[in-house]
Design a protein around this ligand. Structure first.
Ligand code: CMC
Length: 427
């Protein structure tokens, strides 16, 4: 007999079915709760609320486990490539050699961005934050691709995915070129996806740009680590916006905006700024740990804590090691890496952080690597967005394929009760 849960409301008792996932996570299906009882549930921040069933990513926050389509993040980061992982997330299986080659070829068909998009970019001041520009440009792509994709047509869906993968990386790098006053670069279809990211960013018309394969490989790994993370704030946003049947570009543009916030993807920029501040303030790590614990001080240790991970963030472990490797192989000696390690050590031994299960998250060490790779600080969250793109696409596609209803939470109204309108002259 399948499991049910009993709810007692006054003199009545109701039974609700229990849903169980493939990793034995359980949920109470309250789909009929309001109809049966007149009650709704209240869960600000959705700390206990499942918004969908998904086959894409499995996350066990208590045990620090992260799987994409059943493959551990450790094995993918070690053995796979970003485009392969993108394919896996979006289409459900690792590609064969020919599927992967085809995927790369099909992405290349769309790497030219409409020249008129440059006029839109020109409208932004040079000082605009790249995430704001990226969100706007992604949204603007809708104007150049106005036809809504038919999600029931595999070919149309596939083309839309390739198009999004192609255009997004180009416009993401344009945000940096604009801020530097550099001419915009074109994707080079003879080169790989991550190579292209570096060329689009850094190649100048005045001289050759030699790509260091170690940098390509480090970036590839970072993108894999960011590629999906189930129902986080930006992904939920993409699914929510898409649930109104808004298009892929519009939904992803909203995801970029959600990711920008310092409590989400914007934390990687905030971490580096915090580490710099500690360094410039004499490197007194204890002082900042005290500030983070002080409830009257709004300061938080950026890059620490996670809504779901309550043991460790497996991505942070991989990134911490990668930071050592990358800085070592590139011969970069960055004093903030030492400050970060000290801060981690002090915080992990502190009762406040232990009691609240606050551990370094994915953003804690990633910025140090980005900086070693020559990525400017305000582009860090854009890097996260490029990595997260396949996850957003996969989740959007799944949401539409599952024919999920429009997202529309309820509320408990706490405002004024009915009252009579008072005309302006009497107020
Ligand atoms: N520094 C100091 N105290 C903290 C921190 C922190 N970084 N994070 C949480 N706490 C405390 C918080 O004050 C609260 O204490 P108390 O129980 O005494 O009121 C307790 O820990 C629980 O915190 P919360 O804010 O209720 O937890 P949450 O699940 O709502 O928030 C979080 C999770 C990630 C937003 C939060 O830990 C945070 O603000 N971290 C810093 C920002 C950051 O690094 N964000 C990146 C997250 S990972 C990547 C991503 O999502 O993009």
């Amino acid at each position: 007999m399948s499991e049910t849960v009993k709810l007692v409301v006054g003199d009545n008792s109701y039974e609700f079915p229990v849903i169980e996932g493939t990793e034995n996570e359980k949920a109470i299906d309250i789909g009929k709760l309001r109809d049966l009882t007149g009650y709704i549930t209240m869960d600000p921040g959705y700390k206990n609320t499942g918004a969908c069933s998904s086959n894409i990513t499995y996350l066990d926050g208590e045990n620090g486990i992260l799987h994409y389509r059943g493959y551990s993040i450790e094995s993918l980061a070690e053995q796979s490539t970003f485009l392969e992982v993108s394919y896996l997330l979006i289409f459900g299986e690792l590609p064969s050699k020919s599927q992967l080659t085809q995927f790369e070829t099909d992405i290349r068909k769309y790497t030219l961005v409409n020249e008129e998009m440059k006029n839109i970019l020109d409208g932004f001041p040079k000082t605009a934050h790249p995430m704001g520009v990226l969100s706007s440009l992604t949204s603007a792509l809708t104007a150049f691709n106005p036809k809504a994709v038919n999600v029931n047509n595999d070919k149309e869906m596939y083309d839309a995915i390739c198009k999004t993968m192609a255009k997004f990386i180009v416009i993401a790098t344009w945000t940096y070129r604009k801020s530097m006053g550099y001419p915009l670069n074109y994707y080079d279809n003879t080169k790989g996806y991550v190579d292209n990211f570096l060329r689009l960013m850094f190649e100048l018309p005045t001289g050759p740009y030699n790509i260091d394969p170690k940098i390509v490989s480090a970036l590839d790994k970072l993108f894999i680590l960011h590629a999906d993370h189930e129902q986080n704030c930006s992904t939920s946003t993409v699914r929510m916006v898409g649930s109104s049947h808004a298009g892929l570009f519009a939904s992803i543009s909203s995801g970029v905006s959600a990711l920008w916030g310092p409590l989400h993807g914007g934390a990687n920029q905030a971490v580096l700024e915090m580490l710099e501040q500690i360094k410039n303030d004499g490197g007194d790590v204890d002082k900042y740990v005290l500030k983070a614990k002080d409830k009257d001080d709004p300061f938080r240790l950026m890059g620490f804590g996670h809504r779901v991970y309550k043991n460790f963030d497996p991505r942070a472990r991989i990134i911490k090691k990668a930071a050592d490797d990358v800085l070592g192989t590139l011969g970069v000696d960055d004093p903030v890496l030492e400050i970060a390690k000290k801060l981690e050590k002090v915080a992990l031994e502190d009762e406040y952080f232990k009691a609240r299960n606050l551990y370094p998250n994915v953003d804690f060490y990633s910025g140090i690597i980005y900086r070693a790779l020559g990525i400017p600080v305000d582009m860090f969250t854009v890097m996260f967005a490029i990595g997260r793109l396949p996850g957003w696409i996969a989740q959007w596609k799944e949401m539409r394929a599952n024919k999920e209803p429009i997202g529309r939470p309820r509320q408990i109204y706490n405002g004024a009760t009915p009252r009579d309108y008072v005309s302006l002259d009497k107020r």
